[in-house]
Design a protein around this ligand. Structure first.
Ligand code: MN
Length: 234
């Protein structure tokens, strides 16, 4: 055993539906602007013929399991939800072809890319990194993972979110600008994808703010349902 000065950071992991072993999380990649209507609501439309997907990261330590209550975070007064399909990687891949991308997929989950929107917009307009707006404690909400199994490579399925039971987001996975195989092929040009990596695939339109006391619920067809309660400010 190595002799460390202090206890190393814990391994962050997720439960897997129907499987006893947990899924240990490595990196969390997030895709920006991957639904046209959301890109437009953010004032940054996407032209797939001339543009490429882009990515940012969250630390695995930002994970929080669905069903949790999280404090309203410090440093923001415009805390937004973004409901997203999460792809869980189960096999290594580098420069994979779209036609071969399915072998990388372990399964799927429903996730929330929680965002300090006020900070993100300022950083975006200044051309600065989004980190403090996106990558902070308890900002990556995730349900248990559903193994891919008969689901195959998801191409359709409803994705929806409610705040206090009021519908806010309602779309379909078929509206993803870059499909799951396209994302895996593109991302693996830049990274050696590894088992344990998660990919948050982007949010549809209807993002908005939550406040202390709100309860967020969300569903992705065939994948899962999530819930997050916003607690008092920390
Ligand atoms: Mn997002």
């Amino acid at each position: 055993m190595a002799n460390y000065l202090f206890a190393p950071a814990p391994v962050f992991s997720l439960t897997v539906q129907g499987v006893e072993a947990r899924f240990p999380v490595n990196r969390i990649f997030c895709v920006g602007r991957n639904y046209h209507a959301h890109a437009i609501e953010m004032g940054r439309p996407v032209d797939k013929s001339t543009m490429k997907p882009f990515y940012f990261h969250k630390a695995a330590s930002a994970l929080v399991e669905s069903g949790s209550t999280v404090p309203y975070p410090c440093g923001t007064s415009n805390y937004h939800y973004e409901m997203e399909l999460v792809v869980a990687i189960g096999a290594a891949g580098f420069r994979v072809n779209e036609s071969d991308a399915a072998r990388l997929i372990y399964g799927y989950a429903a996730g929330l890319d929680m965002t300090r929107r006020d900070l993100q917009l300022v950083l975006r307009d200044q051309g600065r990194p989004w980190d403090v707006a996106k990558n902070f404690e308890k900002s990556a909400v995730c349900t248990p993972i559903v193994p891919m199994g008969r689901l195959g490579v998801l191409q359709t399925g409803s994705i929806a979110l409610q705040v206090n039971s009021v519908a806010k987001q309602s779309a379909d996975l078929s509206q993803l600008i870059w499909s799951i195989p396209e994302l895996l092929a593109d991302l693996s040009k830049y990274y050696h994808l590894q088992p344990g990596d998660l990919i948050y695939t982007g949010t549809p339109e209807g993002v908005g703010a939550v406040v202390s006391g709100d309860v967020i619920t969300g569903q992705i067809e065939q994948v899962g349902s999530l819930q997050l309660t916003i607690g008092t400010a920390e």
